[in-house]
Design a protein around this ligand. Structure first.
Ligand SMILES: Cc1cc2nc3c(=O)[nH]c(=O)nc-3n(C[C@H](O)[C@H](O)[C@H](O)COP(=O)(O)OP(=O)(O)OC[C@H]3O[C@@H](n4cnc5c(N)ncnc54)[C@H](O)[C@@H]3O)c2cc1C
Length: 328
């Protein structure tokens, strides 16, 4: 059987949307090779999440459920995922290209001597060979790689590269508990503290919608006055250009682009962002791009689905008001 195992990324019992997207992809790929989509959930008290993954297509769920795994530590989670791979014997493991997915995919590939590809935007299968696409040179090229042969393949897929399938209600998961005992090495790294950002605003790599601001915002206060209200109305993350981050208007954790984060949300709203090639490298894969810019020749308009030649300080509050009105 050519089963495909999806590592389900969850934090405090909330599953990352990218994991649901990967379950749909796994079901499609496994369907072509006579296998099935399976899921691996690692955490503490995560048994209740199994039915959710079943609703999105997991035919079997491997659970590593222990207080040891309450918080993410790469060596411990790699051991847990490794044990699930041992139990499931999949042909491939899919993970999201999140911080956790990047960290875990390299470690698990090394552990299992598997073929590895990260940040893939497309995955296809032909027998036991997998092909993946990756963007290169700031998004100017798409390179295709073949992961051939019988070895396990570990593939990290970019968020929103695939849409999640509609969940089926009332599906109960078939589960298998995998017990894992951590060795001295894994136990040496202890989790101490999680420091949450105070704003409660989502991370750009996890959001379906991003409202991003550029240098003309001129200050952190203006971000708070103009960009954050729209982001809050849309339940969106706040992003920024490098110029805005370098000037200290936003932390670099929000920088989108070549030297920032690569994002592929359903909607990216660029407020006063010129559209330099290095910025486009991080967001041109967004499904819809809305740009607000005073200069009609700004390169951002070349990739924008909808463009608005206007001053962001006038236009963005109007969009916020309109969203509020539509939400009633
Ligand atoms: C190696 C390297 C890596 C880089 N990596 C990144 C990266 O990861 N991310 C990134 O973003 N950049 C990156 N850059 C920088 C990039 O080249 C640009 O300098 C940067 O993106 C410009 O930011 P900006 O668009 O906010 O500012 P600007 O270039 O100053 O553009 C501002 C835009 O806003 C418009 N505008 C002005 N006033 C208003 C207003 N009131 N209302 C509406 N529009 C207005 C202007 O017409 C202009 O188009 C990198 C550069 C290098 C060399």
């Amino acid at each position: 059987m050519s089963n495909i195992l999806v590592f389900i990324e969850q934090r405090e019992g909330i599953i990352l949307p990218a994991s649901f997207q990967l379950l749909g992809l796994a079901a499609d790929l496994a369907g072509q090779t006579g296998g099935e989509a399976q899921a691996c959930i690692v955490g503490s008290g995560v048994g209740a999440l199994a039915d959710k993954t079943a609703a999105y297509g997991a035919k079997k769920v491997y659970l590593v459920d222990d207080a040891e795994f309450a918080s993410y530590r790469s060596a411990a989670y790699a051991t847990a995922l490794g044990a699930a791979i041992g139990a499931a014997s999949p042909t491939a493991v899919l993970l999201p290209t999140s911080s956790m997915g990047r960290d875990l995919s390299g470690r698990i590939a090394a552990k299992k001597r598997a073929a590895l590809a990260v940040d893939c935007t497309e995955v296809t299968v032909d027998g036991s060979d997998f092909s993946v696409s990756k963007t290169m040179y700031a998004g100017k090229f798409v390179a295709k790689f073949k992961l051939a042969g019988d070895k396990l393949k570990v593939i990290a897929v970019r968020s929103n590269a695939y849409a999640a399938k509609d969940p089926q209600n009332g599906v109960s998961a078939v589960t298998e508990n995998v017990s894992v005992s951590l060795g001295d090495v894994e136990k040496k790294v202890a989790f101490k503290e999680m420091v949450q950002t105070s704003s409660g605003i989502k991370d750009v790599t996890e959001a379906d919608i991003i409202v991003s601001g550029g240098r003309p915002l001129k200050s952190e206060e203006n971000f708070e006055k103009v960009v954050f209200p729209l982001a809050q109305e849309l339940d969106a993350a706040v992003g920024a250009s490098r110029a805005a981050c370098d000037a200290g208007y936003q932390p670099h954790s929000r920088q989108v682009g070549l030297t920032g984060k690569v994002v592929t949300p359903a909607l990216y709203i660029a407020c006063g962002i010129d559209g330099a090639i290095q910025h486009l490298a991080g967001m041109r894969g967004s499904k819809f791009i809305v740009a607000v810019n005073t200069k009609k020749e700004a390169p951002i308009f070349n990739v924008a689905t909808y463009g608005c030649v206007a001053d962001l300080f006038d236009m963005v509050p109007l969009i916020t008001e309109e969203v509020q009105r539509l939400k009633g």
